[in-house]
Design a binder for this molecule. Sequence first.
Ligand code: PEP
Ligand code: MG
Length: 598
Amino acid sequence: MSFQLFGLPVSRGVAIGRAVLVSSSRIDVAHYFVPVADVGHEIGRLRDARNAVVDELTALQADLPDDAPAELSALLDVHLMLLNDESLELATKQWIEDRCYNAEWALSAQFEVLARQFDDMEDDYLRERKADVEQVVERLLRAMARGSPALIDVAAKPAGADAHNEPLVLVANDIAPADMLHFKRTVFAGFVTDVGGTTSHTAIVARSLDIPAVVGAREGSRVIRQDDLVVIDGDAGLVIVNPSDIVLEEYRFRQRQRDVERQRLSRLRNTPAVTLDGEPVEMLANIELPGDAAAAVAAGAVGVGLYRSEFLFMNRAGELPGEDEQFEAYRAVVQAMNGMPVTIRTVDVGADKPLDRMSINELRHEHALNPALGLRAIRWSLSEPAMFRQQIRAILRASAFGKVKLLVPMLAHVGEAKQTLEAIARAKQQLIDAGKPFTDVEVGAMIEVPAAALVLPSLLKLFDFVSLGTNDLIQYTLAIDRGDESVAHLYDPWHPAVLQLIESVIRQARKAGKAVSVCGEMAGDAAFTEVLLAMGLRSFSMHPSQIASVKQIILRANSKRLLPLIEGAFRSDDVWVGCDRLRAAAAGRALPELQPAS
Ligand code: PEP
Ligand code: MG
């Protein structure tokens, strides 16, 4: 049956593939294809795991004390029975043989199929048996992790088609941002999640993968079945399940067109970004992992404008990276950028980027209060002074290998700024005392809380540069949780309050002679390029995959074209109408003349 789902577009393009359903709790299971020659080895791993778990459970049963509750023994019986059941073992084997899935993936895929069958059962008792299957699957996965190793280097597997030459798309209720990173260099051609907003960190990471994605598709993971044919329209936020031949052909055509367009744009890689009226523009990259620096260079970035260091801190079961580990990661980026500047943002955990693995759903339940307003980013760093100085030392040490800038997230108070600068001074002294080299590092403030934008002059006195984090600036100005799909329609970058704050930060920074850039998602959104240029912005930082299309607009733009509209909008007595006109003009549409304010 064909049907459509509407969500939020987060990563452009069209993906067509078979659905692979992954539950949030098993998202970290490795997904890769085994070569046909290794299928036997993979089935062997499954068999060994099964035998190990059978032995484990049989031993447990034999050791049960006489007074153990009868339910316990009955439970072990059920688990042993499931291990012998064809619907688990044979069907899992089938995924390996037919699809060349690795054993863990095959087992999770089969679990998803069984879980659906249990969910559909009328009988309460039978429905609850799903938990038993889940426990058995967990045991098998653990046994596989202990047992004979996989033959494949997961990271080395290219994205692409499965053994049947059909691409795969991942469908999940929710994916935590750090887990999304697992999907770099894996087999999936697209993503659909039930929850999330367009600037949730999961969406941002999906965009950095440059793979079509739709979030906030609500019922997606419930109504899409394993192996359904799915079209993801990442431009429209549309998911079409089991499309008709005509629809499929239309989307295949669009896919081909996009490939051609991409190739055409890639020729701009080495072209300097200069507007028609001769204004040079700096095109920087946002990265999450040291390995992303290569993509930044390949896309023609002239530096890294935002390195989100927090991804090094996440999903480590409470053990944070030490100074040397951080230093190695930062140095790797600095060296890969080969003399170009690298802006390392100090850790920004909290809100939708928890330190430990947690999905948005879990966050909602565990932190009913308001994590976006809580101990996140610089607030967390200042509450952990030793950890913070350790990170600063690691960043400073990387500066001995190239040009490093240090960026501080989420400042709202001048007191936080001063404390941060004191921490940097102390870290420098510690390095001097230890005889460890570092060079001059510019320090910048992220302007992403309206309060910071409103007291900008005092921050400009303390910092060398500022970077506008528009994702959070919009979230905090409009009081809209950027990760919550239920209010996503109110998350509006065109809101006059947002545009006025951005314009005033750019204007004041330039007037004070301080460098200013935008590193939020607006920088990579071609709809805003001319608006930001007219506001005076000359430094944009975005995902490497967005650089070419934004550069194309810059090359064709006159940096002042929208200036009268911006000035007119902010001066008019109906700023909404003014901003609508600006939006229409930015999109190349004309609207009637605006009445001047009386
Ligand atoms: C922002 O808020 O715009 C930003 C760049 O930081 P992050 O998206 O990581 O919060
Ligand atoms: Mg931010």
